[in-house]
Design a protein around this ligand. Structure first.
Ligand code: GDP
Length: 429
């Protein structure tokens, strides 16, 4: 069966989690291949409402194997907390349905400290980090200054490795930031309290995936954040520290030879963005507040109000190109039902010239949105399950977006629940 990646096309929070939760029905394995616990995937199903941060969103399906791949930032402390929350709501987590790659690097206690210390140093120039230690973690990973989850099986070697890393890291903590140094006792406590508990889930997930592939099983790759936050292709330097693109899925999952047949890009019917950085289509004032409230746009991890704007066709086209998306899910169409006229950012002007190409990051600061308006539908659409039952204006909005982005919209979601979805046949799209 075919493999599929579910990826974000914009700034994140597009509603990927609900799509993974929905689509896992058709897949045997779900893999998170990048990022850490710094984002939240909201899933609402028969078990309740969950804000998943690191756990793959396929965790609720019986018989689905969920993998945290080598590309993720594995924070044992936060992962355990999240696992406990899910278990407390009646969802079983066992080494059979959750597997952690032995090649995943562990987010070490000092990564969170360094995130906090650096944001303090930057003061008003801060990047809006979620302070989960993700940037310091990935920097260290690329410097080869992390330990792998599989090292937990070799305690003596692990302690020696950690002692070396600690000696190096204490130099930065004390001399650069004037912070307290770490001791081996602190690290041993961290191993005993957190790492030992995740150890039963750690295994050679690469071998597992290879066998699954040979047995004809299907794999779903789950991304965090969106194209515009990709380390290489996003709005540098306001990106995340990993690759959020489908092209990275095989590498970050542990199956570098995997072929990703379908790439489902998730786009919200309007735009949101958390944190600092350029956001060309941003709305302000009362108009923004109304949209934020209608869409309940407050971060799943931090509770921060998200910045909002109309759908940004320029950024979305770029996001689709970067992901190589083969089809699109348009989410939260129901949120726009209160509007008389639906604003759409159709172009940008950069230095007085109109463009529909996404500009180089530096130019984003001077880019201005060109806004056009579509008719609103002013009807509750949350109960609609067939495209042809949507009000004509809502159908026209979807068709207009589809034409402008040049990619078929095969799913339209009209509510957060698993079943609040309109499936369009490929030939309809
Ligand atoms: P993710 O990180 O891409 O999975 O997205 P988030 O979970 O951060 O944000 C999506 C939010 O929108 C969550 O609160 C979802 O429950 C909610 N949501 C998803 N789809 C819909 C929809 O079609 N309509 C409405 N009203 N809410 C939705």
């Amino acid at each position: 069966m075919k493999n599929c990646a579910i990826v974000g096309i914009n700034w994140g929070d597009e509603g990927k989690g609900r799509m993974v939760d929905l689509m896992t029905e058709k897949f045997d394995v779900v893999v998170r291949f990048q990022g850490g616990g710094n984002a939240g995937h909201t899933v609402i199903n028969e078990h309740g409402k969950f804000a998943l941060h690191l756990l793959p969103s396929g965790i609720f399906r019986k018989g689905t194997v969920n993998i945290l791949g080598n590309g993720v930032a594995l924070d044992p402390q936060n992962l355990l907390k999240e696992m406990q929350e899910v278990i407390d709501q009646g969802v079983p987590l066992t080494p059979e349905n959750l597997k952690i790659s032995d090649r995943a690097s562990l987010l070490l206690p000092w990564h969170r400290d360094l995130d906090e210390l650096e944001e303090q140093r930057l003061a008003d120039k801060k990047f809006g980090s979620t302070k989960q230690g993700i940037a310091p973690f990935y920097s260290d990973k690329y410097q080869k200054k992390t330990v792998l989850a599989g090292e937990l099986f070799y305690p003596e070697e692990l302690k020696a490795h950690l002692a070396d890393l600690m000696e190096w890291k204490n130099l930065t903590l004390t001399k650069v930031y004037g912070a307290e140094p770490y001791t081996m006792e602190m690290l041993e406590e961290w191993i005993d309290n957190y790492c030992e508990q995740i150890k039963p889930f750690v295994c050679d997930t690469g071998a597992f995936l290879k066998d699954a592939q040979s047995a004809g099983k299907s794999i779903l790759f789950e991304a965090q954040l969106g194209s515009l936050r990709d380390l290489d292709y996003g709005i540098h330097p306001y990106t995340t520290s990993s690759n959020t693109t489908a092209a990275y899925a095989p590498i970050g999952s542990g199956l570098p030879s995997a072929k990703v047949d379908d790439i489902v890009g998730v786009v919200k019917a309007y735009s949101t963005c958390v944190g600092e950085g350029p956001f060309v289509c941003e709305m302000f004032g009362e108009e923004a507040e109304e949209l934020r409230k209608a869409g309940n746009e407050y971060g799943a991890k931090t509770g921060r109000p998200r910045r909002v704007g109309p759908i940004d066709l320029v950024a979305t086209r770029y996001g689709i190109e970067v992901q190589g998306a083969t089809e699109i899910t348009l989410t939260k169409l129901d949120v726009l039902s209160y509007m008389d006229k639906i604003p759409v950012c159709s172009h940008y002007t950069v230095n007085g010239e109109q463009t529909d190409r996404f500009p180089f990051p530096v130019l984003l600061n001077s880019a201005k949105p060109v806004i056009e308006y579509m008719d609103g539908w002013k009807t509750d659409i949350s109960g609609v399950r067939r495209f042809e039952d949507l009000p004509v204006a809502a159908q026209e909005y979807v068709l207009y977006v589809e034409k402008e982005i040049g990619c078929p919209i095969t799913y339209v979601s009209v509510g957060p629940e698993r079943e609040s979805i309109i499936v369009r046949k490929k030939e309809q799209a």
